[in-house]
Design a protein around this ligand. Structure first.
Ligand code: FE2
Length: 375
Protein backbone atom coordinates (compact mmCIF):
# COMPACT_ATOMS: atom_id res chain seq x y z
CA UNK A 1 0.00 0.00 0.00
CA UNK A 2 1.02 3.60 -0.48
CA UNK A 3 1.64 5.92 2.43
CA UNK A 4 -1.35 6.61 4.63
CA UNK A 5 -2.42 9.92 3.19
CA UNK A 6 -5.93 8.66 2.48
CA UNK A 7 -8.53 7.84 5.10
CA UNK A 8 -7.96 4.52 6.86
CA UNK A 9 -10.34 1.77 5.82
CA UNK A 10 -13.51 1.60 7.85
CA UNK A 11 -13.22 -0.40 11.00
CA UNK A 12 -9.51 -0.01 11.59
CA UNK A 13 -9.80 2.57 14.40
CA UNK A 14 -12.54 0.53 15.99
CA UNK A 15 -10.33 -2.56 15.85
CA UNK A 16 -7.44 -0.72 17.49
CA UNK A 17 -9.80 0.35 20.28
CA UNK A 18 -11.13 -3.18 20.71
CA UNK A 19 -7.64 -4.63 20.87
CA UNK A 20 -6.75 -2.04 23.51
CA UNK A 21 -9.89 -2.89 25.48
CA UNK A 22 -9.13 -6.61 25.47
CA UNK A 23 -5.56 -5.93 26.59
CA UNK A 24 -6.88 -3.75 29.40
CA UNK A 25 -8.95 -6.66 30.65
CA UNK A 26 -5.96 -9.01 30.46
CA UNK A 27 -3.69 -6.66 32.36
CA UNK A 28 -6.37 -5.76 34.91
CA UNK A 29 -6.73 -9.45 35.82
CA UNK A 30 -3.03 -9.92 36.57
CA UNK A 31 -2.40 -6.45 37.98
CA UNK A 32 -3.04 -7.48 41.62
CA UNK A 33 -0.36 -10.22 41.40
CA UNK A 34 3.40 -10.13 41.76
CA UNK A 35 5.82 -11.79 39.34
CA UNK A 36 6.20 -14.85 41.53
CA UNK A 37 2.44 -15.45 41.41
CA UNK A 38 2.40 -14.93 37.64
CA UNK A 39 5.10 -17.56 37.22
CA UNK A 40 3.81 -20.07 39.76
CA UNK A 41 2.34 -23.42 38.70
CA UNK A 42 -0.88 -23.72 40.70
CA UNK A 43 -2.30 -26.78 38.97
CA UNK A 44 -1.11 -29.32 36.40
CA UNK A 45 -4.27 -28.68 34.36
CA UNK A 46 -3.82 -24.90 34.23
CA UNK A 47 -0.97 -22.92 32.68
CA UNK A 48 1.01 -20.48 34.80
CA UNK A 49 -0.29 -16.98 34.05
CA UNK A 50 3.06 -15.99 32.51
CA UNK A 51 2.52 -18.67 29.84
CA UNK A 52 -0.97 -17.38 29.04
CA UNK A 53 0.32 -13.81 28.79
CA UNK A 54 3.22 -14.76 26.52
CA UNK A 55 0.95 -17.00 24.46
CA UNK A 56 -1.58 -14.19 23.97
CA UNK A 57 1.21 -11.94 22.67
CA UNK A 58 2.80 -14.70 20.61
CA UNK A 59 -0.51 -15.58 18.94
CA UNK A 60 -0.89 -11.89 18.10
CA UNK A 61 2.63 -11.78 16.71
CA UNK A 62 2.09 -14.94 14.67
CA UNK A 63 -1.17 -13.80 13.05
CA UNK A 64 -1.17 -10.00 13.03
CA UNK A 65 2.55 -9.29 12.67
CA UNK A 66 4.08 -12.29 10.87
CA UNK A 67 1.17 -13.62 8.78
CA UNK A 68 -0.66 -10.38 7.93
CA UNK A 69 2.31 -8.01 8.18
CA UNK A 70 4.99 -10.29 6.73
CA UNK A 71 7.43 -9.32 9.51
CA UNK A 72 10.00 -11.64 11.06
CA UNK A 73 9.39 -12.78 14.66
CA UNK A 74 11.00 -10.72 17.43
CA UNK A 75 12.49 -13.71 19.25
CA UNK A 76 13.29 -16.33 16.62
CA UNK A 77 12.04 -19.75 17.70
CA UNK A 78 10.36 -18.57 20.90
CA UNK A 79 6.93 -19.24 19.41
CA UNK A 80 7.28 -23.00 19.75
CA UNK A 81 7.11 -22.77 23.54
CA UNK A 82 3.76 -21.01 23.23
CA UNK A 83 2.23 -23.61 20.93
CA UNK A 84 -0.75 -24.97 22.88
CA UNK A 85 -0.75 -28.35 21.13
CA UNK A 86 3.00 -28.97 21.39
CA UNK A 87 3.17 -28.01 25.05
CA UNK A 88 0.63 -29.71 27.35
CA UNK A 89 -0.43 -27.58 30.31
CA UNK A 90 1.46 -29.66 32.85
CA UNK A 91 4.78 -28.87 31.11
CA UNK A 92 4.33 -25.14 30.67
CA UNK A 93 5.84 -24.05 34.00
CA UNK A 94 9.18 -25.60 33.00
CA UNK A 95 9.48 -24.04 29.55
CA UNK A 96 12.05 -21.33 28.82
CA UNK A 97 9.28 -18.75 28.30
CA UNK A 98 9.54 -15.01 28.85
CA UNK A 99 8.94 -13.82 32.38
CA UNK A 100 8.68 -10.61 34.37
CA UNK A 101 10.02 -7.42 32.69
CA UNK A 102 10.97 -9.31 29.50
CA UNK A 103 7.44 -10.62 29.18
CA UNK A 104 5.91 -7.18 29.66
CA UNK A 105 8.27 -5.71 27.06
CA UNK A 106 7.39 -8.46 24.56
CA UNK A 107 3.66 -7.90 24.99
CA UNK A 108 4.07 -4.16 24.43
CA UNK A 109 6.41 -4.54 21.48
CA UNK A 110 4.17 -7.04 19.70
CA UNK A 111 1.20 -4.75 20.19
CA UNK A 112 3.11 -1.81 18.77
CA UNK A 113 4.01 -3.81 15.67
CA UNK A 114 0.48 -5.18 15.31
CA UNK A 115 -0.88 -1.63 15.27
CA UNK A 116 1.67 -0.62 12.66
CA UNK A 117 0.46 -3.47 10.46
CA UNK A 118 -3.19 -2.64 11.15
CA UNK A 119 -2.63 0.85 9.74
CA UNK A 120 -1.50 -0.72 6.45
CA UNK A 121 -4.31 -3.19 5.80
CA UNK A 122 -7.83 -3.18 4.45
CA UNK A 123 -10.43 -5.20 6.25
CA UNK A 124 -13.67 -4.56 4.33
CA UNK A 125 -16.23 -7.11 3.13
CA UNK A 126 -14.83 -7.18 -0.41
CA UNK A 127 -11.21 -7.88 0.44
CA UNK A 128 -10.06 -11.04 -1.29
CA UNK A 129 -7.85 -12.40 1.49
CA UNK A 130 -10.17 -14.41 3.72
CA UNK A 131 -8.11 -13.63 6.79
CA UNK A 132 -8.70 -9.92 6.31
CA UNK A 133 -12.21 -10.01 4.88
CA UNK A 134 -14.60 -8.61 7.48
CA UNK A 135 -11.52 -8.32 9.74
CA UNK A 136 -11.67 -12.07 10.47
CA UNK A 137 -8.13 -12.33 11.79
CA UNK A 138 -8.64 -9.36 14.12
CA UNK A 139 -11.88 -10.76 15.44
CA UNK A 140 -10.08 -14.05 16.00
CA UNK A 141 -7.33 -12.31 17.95
CA UNK A 142 -9.82 -10.43 20.10
CA UNK A 143 -11.74 -13.61 20.83
CA UNK A 144 -8.52 -15.45 21.59
CA UNK A 145 -7.31 -12.88 24.11
CA UNK A 146 -10.73 -12.67 25.79
CA UNK A 147 -10.99 -16.46 25.95
CA UNK A 148 -7.59 -16.58 27.61
CA UNK A 149 -8.85 -14.01 30.12
CA UNK A 150 -11.41 -16.62 31.13
CA UNK A 151 -8.73 -19.32 31.31
CA UNK A 152 -6.70 -17.03 33.54
CA UNK A 153 -9.76 -16.52 35.74
CA UNK A 154 -9.92 -20.31 36.14
CA UNK A 155 -6.41 -20.19 37.56
CA UNK A 156 -7.16 -17.07 39.61
CA UNK A 157 -9.81 -19.10 41.47
CA UNK A 158 -6.79 -20.87 43.03
CA UNK A 159 -5.02 -17.71 44.20
CA UNK A 160 -5.57 -17.07 47.89
CA UNK A 161 -6.85 -13.59 48.63
CA UNK A 162 -7.35 -12.67 44.98
CA UNK A 163 -10.01 -9.97 44.61
CA UNK A 164 -11.71 -9.69 41.22
CA UNK A 165 -10.56 -6.36 39.79
CA UNK A 166 -13.54 -6.12 37.40
CA UNK A 167 -17.29 -5.87 38.09
CA UNK A 168 -17.88 -9.53 37.24
CA UNK A 169 -19.10 -12.51 39.26
CA UNK A 170 -22.04 -14.86 39.66
CA UNK A 171 -25.54 -13.53 40.40
CA UNK A 172 -28.84 -15.02 41.64
CA UNK A 173 -30.92 -16.84 39.01
CA UNK A 174 -34.10 -15.23 37.73
CA UNK A 175 -36.76 -16.92 39.85
CA UNK A 176 -39.60 -15.21 38.06
CA UNK A 177 -41.26 -17.56 35.58
CA UNK A 178 -42.18 -21.15 34.81
CA UNK A 179 -39.80 -23.96 35.71
CA UNK A 180 -39.58 -25.31 32.17
CA UNK A 181 -40.28 -24.05 28.68
CA UNK A 182 -41.70 -26.25 25.93
CA UNK A 183 -40.18 -26.37 22.50
CA UNK A 184 -42.24 -27.81 19.65
CA UNK A 185 -41.00 -30.57 17.37
CA UNK A 186 -39.70 -29.23 14.07
CA UNK A 187 -36.81 -28.21 11.91
CA UNK A 188 -34.39 -25.74 13.45
CA UNK A 189 -31.47 -23.89 11.93
CA UNK A 190 -28.27 -24.15 13.96
CA UNK A 191 -24.74 -22.89 13.51
CA UNK A 192 -23.26 -19.67 12.19
CA UNK A 193 -24.16 -18.18 8.80
CA UNK A 194 -21.51 -17.40 6.19
CA UNK A 195 -20.95 -13.76 7.20
CA UNK A 196 -19.51 -12.31 10.36
CA UNK A 197 -16.99 -13.81 12.73
CA UNK A 198 -17.40 -17.37 13.95
CA UNK A 199 -15.00 -20.25 14.47
CA UNK A 200 -14.79 -22.99 11.87
CA UNK A 201 -16.56 -25.46 14.20
CA UNK A 202 -19.74 -23.30 14.17
CA UNK A 203 -20.13 -23.71 10.40
CA UNK A 204 -21.93 -24.65 8.19
CA UNK A 205 -25.26 -23.39 9.41
CA UNK A 206 -27.63 -26.29 8.84
CA UNK A 207 -31.07 -27.64 9.65
CA UNK A 208 -31.68 -30.20 12.38
CA UNK A 209 -34.85 -32.11 13.20
CA UNK A 210 -35.82 -31.99 16.86
CA UNK A 211 -38.53 -33.93 18.67
CA UNK A 212 -40.65 -31.91 21.12
CA UNK A 213 -38.84 -31.28 24.39
CA UNK A 214 -38.90 -29.22 27.55
CA UNK A 215 -35.94 -27.39 29.01
CA UNK A 216 -35.39 -25.69 32.35
CA UNK A 217 -35.81 -21.95 32.10
CA UNK A 218 -33.02 -21.39 34.62
CA UNK A 219 -29.79 -23.20 35.39
CA UNK A 220 -29.53 -25.52 38.40
CA UNK A 221 -28.90 -23.55 41.60
CA UNK A 222 -26.50 -24.28 44.44
CA UNK A 223 -29.55 -25.04 46.62
CA UNK A 224 -30.78 -27.71 44.21
CA UNK A 225 -27.31 -29.21 43.91
CA UNK A 226 -26.99 -29.34 47.70
CA UNK A 227 -30.26 -31.30 47.82
CA UNK A 228 -28.89 -33.74 45.24
CA UNK A 229 -25.76 -34.27 47.34
CA UNK A 230 -27.80 -34.78 50.49
CA UNK A 231 -29.56 -37.56 48.62
CA UNK A 232 -26.22 -39.08 47.55
CA UNK A 233 -23.96 -39.29 50.58
CA UNK A 234 -20.40 -39.50 49.31
CA UNK A 235 -21.18 -37.69 46.06
CA UNK A 236 -18.42 -35.31 45.10
CA UNK A 237 -19.19 -31.64 45.67
CA UNK A 238 -18.40 -29.01 43.03
CA UNK A 239 -14.77 -27.89 42.91
CA UNK A 240 -13.96 -25.44 45.72
CA UNK A 241 -16.83 -26.53 48.00
CA UNK A 242 -15.74 -27.69 51.45
CA UNK A 243 -17.97 -29.12 54.17
CA UNK A 244 -18.59 -26.70 57.02
CA UNK A 245 -20.75 -27.94 59.88
CA UNK A 246 -24.05 -28.97 58.31
CA UNK A 247 -23.47 -27.02 55.14
CA UNK A 248 -20.87 -26.04 52.60
CA UNK A 249 -18.55 -23.13 52.03
CA UNK A 250 -16.97 -21.80 48.84
CA UNK A 251 -13.18 -21.84 49.13
CA UNK A 252 -12.33 -20.37 45.71
CA UNK A 253 -9.72 -17.60 45.93
CA UNK A 254 -8.90 -18.77 49.44
CA UNK A 255 -12.20 -17.57 50.88
CA UNK A 256 -14.55 -19.44 53.18
CA UNK A 257 -17.90 -18.01 52.23
CA UNK A 258 -21.31 -19.60 52.62
CA UNK A 259 -22.62 -21.03 49.35
CA UNK A 260 -25.21 -18.65 47.89
CA UNK A 261 -28.28 -20.90 47.48
CA UNK A 262 -29.84 -18.93 44.64
CA UNK A 263 -26.72 -18.71 42.46
CA UNK A 264 -26.20 -21.20 39.64
CA UNK A 265 -23.98 -24.11 40.63
CA UNK A 266 -20.58 -23.84 38.91
CA UNK A 267 -17.41 -25.92 38.70
CA UNK A 268 -19.22 -29.21 38.15
CA UNK A 269 -18.04 -31.92 35.77
CA UNK A 270 -20.11 -33.42 32.96
CA UNK A 271 -20.38 -36.58 35.04
CA UNK A 272 -21.81 -34.61 37.96
CA UNK A 273 -24.15 -32.70 35.64
CA UNK A 274 -25.39 -35.91 34.06
CA UNK A 275 -25.92 -37.55 37.47
CA UNK A 276 -27.82 -34.51 38.72
CA UNK A 277 -30.09 -34.47 35.67
CA UNK A 278 -30.95 -38.16 36.13
CA UNK A 279 -31.66 -37.60 39.81
CA UNK A 280 -34.03 -34.77 38.85
CA UNK A 281 -35.86 -37.14 36.46
CA UNK A 282 -34.49 -35.23 33.50
CA UNK A 283 -31.47 -35.33 31.18
CA UNK A 284 -28.93 -32.93 29.74
CA UNK A 285 -30.07 -31.15 26.57
CA UNK A 286 -28.32 -31.77 23.28
CA UNK A 287 -26.40 -28.79 22.01
CA UNK A 288 -28.98 -28.28 19.26
CA UNK A 289 -31.86 -28.33 21.72
CA UNK A 290 -29.99 -25.68 23.69
CA UNK A 291 -29.48 -23.55 20.59
CA UNK A 292 -33.08 -23.91 19.45
CA UNK A 293 -34.39 -22.89 22.89
CA UNK A 294 -31.80 -20.29 23.81
CA UNK A 295 -33.92 -17.15 23.33
CA UNK A 296 -36.35 -18.42 25.92
CA UNK A 297 -33.75 -19.35 28.52
CA UNK A 298 -32.92 -17.16 31.51
CA UNK A 299 -29.46 -16.59 32.99
CA UNK A 300 -27.60 -17.76 29.91
CA UNK A 301 -24.17 -16.30 30.47
CA UNK A 302 -23.78 -17.18 34.17
CA UNK A 303 -22.30 -20.64 33.79
CA UNK A 304 -21.31 -22.74 30.80
CA UNK A 305 -23.91 -25.44 30.42
CA UNK A 306 -22.90 -29.02 29.77
CA UNK A 307 -24.79 -30.69 26.95
CA UNK A 308 -25.11 -34.38 26.13
CA UNK A 309 -23.42 -33.77 22.75
CA UNK A 310 -19.96 -34.91 21.72
CA UNK A 311 -17.81 -32.30 20.00
CA UNK A 312 -18.28 -33.22 16.33
CA UNK A 313 -17.86 -31.48 12.99
CA UNK A 314 -20.92 -29.92 11.38
CA UNK A 315 -21.82 -30.93 7.81
CA UNK A 316 -19.63 -28.94 5.42
CA UNK A 317 -16.98 -28.26 8.07
CA UNK A 318 -13.73 -26.90 6.68
CA UNK A 319 -10.81 -26.05 8.95
CA UNK A 320 -10.04 -22.32 8.97
CA UNK A 321 -7.65 -20.73 9.58
CA UNK A 322 -5.79 -23.63 11.24
CA UNK A 323 -6.85 -27.18 11.96
CA UNK A 324 -5.54 -27.28 15.53
CA UNK A 325 -8.30 -24.95 16.75
CA UNK A 326 -11.17 -27.42 16.43
CA UNK A 327 -10.47 -30.34 14.17
CA UNK A 328 -7.86 -31.86 16.47
CA UNK A 329 -10.54 -32.19 19.18
CA UNK A 330 -13.44 -33.67 17.20
CA UNK A 331 -14.66 -37.08 18.32
CA UNK A 332 -16.30 -38.64 21.37
CA UNK A 333 -13.63 -37.57 23.88
CA UNK A 334 -14.96 -34.06 24.53
CA UNK A 335 -18.43 -32.85 25.51
CA UNK A 336 -19.88 -29.58 24.24
CA UNK A 337 -20.79 -26.75 26.62
CA UNK A 338 -23.02 -23.87 25.52
CA UNK A 339 -23.83 -20.39 26.74
CA UNK A 340 -21.05 -18.65 28.60
CA UNK A 341 -20.15 -17.89 32.19
CA UNK A 342 -19.76 -14.81 34.36
CA UNK A 343 -16.07 -15.01 33.41
CA UNK A 344 -16.81 -14.96 29.66
CA UNK A 345 -16.64 -11.64 27.82
CA UNK A 346 -19.88 -10.84 25.96
CA UNK A 347 -17.96 -10.72 22.66
CA UNK A 348 -17.12 -14.41 23.03
CA UNK A 349 -20.57 -15.69 24.04
CA UNK A 350 -22.23 -15.96 20.62
CA UNK A 351 -25.39 -18.11 20.55
CA UNK A 352 -23.62 -20.48 18.16
CA UNK A 353 -20.35 -20.63 20.14
CA UNK A 354 -19.33 -24.18 21.05
CA UNK A 355 -17.08 -24.71 24.04
CA UNK A 356 -15.75 -28.19 24.82
CA UNK A 357 -13.93 -30.02 27.55
CA UNK A 358 -13.29 -33.47 29.00
CA UNK A 359 -16.27 -34.87 30.94
CA UNK A 360 -14.33 -35.04 34.20
CA UNK A 361 -13.14 -31.42 34.14
CA UNK A 362 -14.54 -28.83 36.52
CA UNK A 363 -11.92 -26.12 36.81
CA UNK A 364 -14.02 -24.40 34.11
CA UNK A 365 -17.04 -22.26 34.99
CA UNK A 366 -19.42 -25.06 34.14
CA UNK A 367 -22.97 -25.52 35.35
CA UNK A 368 -26.13 -27.46 34.52
CA UNK A 369 -29.42 -26.91 32.78
CA UNK A 370 -31.74 -29.88 32.47
CA UNK A 371 -34.17 -30.94 29.76
CA UNK A 372 -36.56 -33.80 29.11
CA UNK A 373 -38.58 -35.26 26.27
CA UNK A 374 -42.02 -33.69 25.98
CA UNK A 375 -44.58 -35.82 27.77
FE1 FE2 B 1 -4.72 -19.93 22.89
Amino acid sequence: MTANTEAKPAGVEALADLLAEARQRTLALVEPLDDEQRNRVYSPILSPLAWDLGHIANFEELWLVQTVGGRAPLHGELGRFYDAIENPRKTRGELPILRDAELRAYMAEVRERALEVLAEVEVGPDVEDRLLRDAFVYEMLLAHELQHCETMLQLLQLVDGYELPLPIGPAPVDGDGPEMVSVAAGTYEVGAGPRGFAYDNERDRHAVELAAFEIDRTPVTNAAYTEFMADHPGAEPPEYWQPDGDGWVDTSRGRREPIAPDHPVIHVSWDQADAFARWAGKRLPTEFEWEAARERLADVGQAWEWTSSDFLAYPGFAPFPYSEYSEAFFGDTYKVLRGGSWATHARVARPTFRNWDLPERRQIFSGIRCARDAS
